[in-house]
Design a protein around this ligand. Sequence first.
Ligand code: ADP
Ligand code: ZN
Ligand code: MG
Length: 512
Amino acid sequence: MTAQAVEEPEDDRDQDERHRGREGEFAAVIGLEVHIQLETSTKIFCGCSTEPTDEPNTNVCPTCLGLPGALPVLNEAAIDAALKLGKAIDAEVPDRTRFHRKNYYYPDLPKNFQITQYDAPICADGALEVRVEGESREIGITRAHLEEDPGSLQHARDGRRTSIDAAEYTLVDYDRAGVPLMEIVTEPDFRNPAEVRGFLSKLESVLEYLGIFDAGRDGSLRIDANISMVPDSDVEADGSISAAGLGSANRTEVKNISSHKGAQKALAYEVTRQRNALQRGREVEQETRHWDESRGVTISMRTKEAEADYRYFAEADLPPLEVAERAREIEIPELPDARRERFENQYGLGREAASKLTSTKAVAGFYERMTAEFDPDLAATWVADELLGELNYRDMSIEDVDDRLPEFRRLIELVDGDELTSKNATMVLRAMLDEGEEPESIIEREGLGRAEGEEVSAAVEKAIEDNPEAVADYESGEEGAINFLVGQVMQATGGSADPGSVNGMLRERLDG
Ligand code: ADP
Ligand code: ZN
Ligand code: MG
């Protein structure tokens, strides 16, 4: 009997060498599947409201409960929202789009299938430009398709909500079933977690400008992140990854990410985990992992289902939809990048200030109303540096103070007219936000107005009297001594005198 060596096929050996551990450096490759809830007043296939309710299972009907015989009717507003997004990301819209059934059993899915799109998504081949650390990168968007949200599960124990592993039983709320979702699938174009974060905030900003997304709604954004590590030798000179590199790297899909920060943290964890495994000569499993936000780790869930498991087939209750003409006609507003550029040109702002001031449509609108009466630079400093910072610190947004714009205007006028120091103005601003009071009454109550006349001249006299050494120094030609005296006067007036005029008054007294 002759033993015969079994030859491994060539291809397999190549495969193995690529992703079985080896020394050297690896580059991260990341692609996203982002689910966003579209902000429409009714659900995608029935007339039920999408408004959040206090009681579960309030916004439901036979269609979104999947009762036998109930038929879907497509919501025009969801189509328009999808087409607006398509235009904003410069996507191709097919002449005809259609819906498919994705079949699987899960208690949040009462029909046992999800109506989604498969071979003719409403948007394909788009892109979004992202800026990270001063560098612009274009992230390709493979496709963006419409589908219905499933219901939501609430895991509970002793009448209280808890995590899935601690739960005794699970409740289901179908209020969310049928809320329109858009799934946005990117190319594997990200090279690090910071770019992912940049993309998500850019996407959110575009969606907010389009008025089709409510970032404040619980669960309105859900992210699945795909990540693999490829050997540096697979990275081309232009930064792209060779097809062989993309195809052969084992990747993980991280689920359950619900925030920008969560995405960045989960991916940073995966980069380290995968790189460590590879450098120690171990293989990265191709699998689905769960992001555990509270522990800051990803956990292996199950092997990924294959597409064939879903038995996709065309949704016969919804006819194909001719969308080309509608797509041509749909109008979208000025988007964040265009508005930023206009702010730079029209108001002479630097790129950073202009970016900050156009981050949301509400902020940009607020700033533009402000500039109607002010030097745009002064308004920019106030809104971008002061107001947004103070709002952010209080977990408030510009919408919360939108109707108080005239009060802010008066506050800036006081600083501009030199009737209030900028330091005191910041204190007034804080009190305005904390107590909802008008600037004038805060200034009056706290005595924050500019110290003038007698109060200042008395403080000047006192500073001269109390500090003979500094006076002597100044008189013997030591210019710096005057600053010390100015400081004394400022201190005595609680910072509310004008340092320039104090300086002048001191010189007049001492030089005279
Ligand atoms: P699947 O059929 O497994 O769902 P897709 O081709 O639809 O795979 O891609 C799903 C997601 O995985 C996309 O966001 C894509 O960018 C990403 N992706 C594809 N290849 C890789 C890779 N090598 N590493 C990381 N992400 C990848
Ligand atoms: Zn319904
Ligand atoms: Mg896919």
